[in-house]
Design a protein around this ligand. Sequence first.
Ligand SMILES: Nc1ncnc2c1ncn2[C@@H]1O[C@H](COP(=O)(O)OP(=O)(O)OP(=O)(O)O)[C@@H](O)[C@H]1O
Ligand SMILES: O=P(O)(O)OC[C@H]1O[C@H](OP(=O)(O)OP(=O)(O)O)[C@H](O)[C@@H]1O
Length: 212
Amino acid sequence: MSQNLRIALTKGRLQDKAVSLFEAMGLDCTPIKNPGRRLIHTIPNYPLDGVLAKAPDVITYVEHGVCDLGIAGKDTILEQGGAFYEVLDLGFGKCRFALAVKEGSDFYGTYKTRRIASKYPNVARAFFAKKGMDVDIIKIEGSVELAPILGLADAIVDIVETGATLKENGLVPIETVAPVSARLIVNTASMKLRKAEIQDFIARCERELEKK
Ligand SMILES: Nc1ncnc2c1ncn2[C@@H]1O[C@H](COP(=O)(O)OP(=O)(O)OP(=O)(O)O)[C@@H](O)[C@H]1O
Ligand SMILES: O=P(O)(O)OC[C@H]1O[C@H](OP(=O)(O)OP(=O)(O)O)[C@H](O)[C@@H]1O
């Protein structure tokens, strides 16, 4: 008997939404919903093991083929890149990358080199390269909104969902950089070697998403 397919799931915000989708598809997710400190859980009624990982690691595990499938945000995919197939937009975890500045500041009205703070330096760099603008990028690990308030940066490139965090910190979005949502990704070798099983899983996801 062949080993179960393995899917890497992004822990945190996307985890519950992935589990809701799987349950709607008829998968028994009891073990993943009561994980304790355990990081790998077998689905009792479908040949699938769920691996709970941090967002960038989901991509690393899928790229290296130790997980056949993964669920990651488009934000992480754009930042990290890599060789894998992105097969489905799962329609949850919706937000966007935005360029935001302190309210009242004139970001484009100066010739000096702007400083941009972001948890996503590659996304920020690519955005400004496309505009032909030379900027300095500073990597920040979280609560990126602090950087312009503290005077470290002229702007941020960050995830915006409701806009509440920007607003409560006196910042305003001035441009959308890219839309973001959760994606199903597949290891390139698994796609060939375990084609039937993977296509069955993708088809089940698709059938469920079509109902929405
Ligand atoms: N408002 C939001 N803020 C951040 N991420 C969001 C939001 N809405 C949806 N997402 C998606 O959820 C994913 C995981 O977010 P989550 O906040 O759980 O982890 P994280 O902030 O990337 O990591 P950490 O564990 O360091 O907090 C993101 O990569 C993104 O695709
Ligand atoms: O538009 P909103 O609905 O306010 O959501 C956006 C905020 O949520 C995320 O932060 P998170 O909570 O992941 O914390 P972090 O800043 O430490 O990454 C993101 O980086 C924004 O700060």
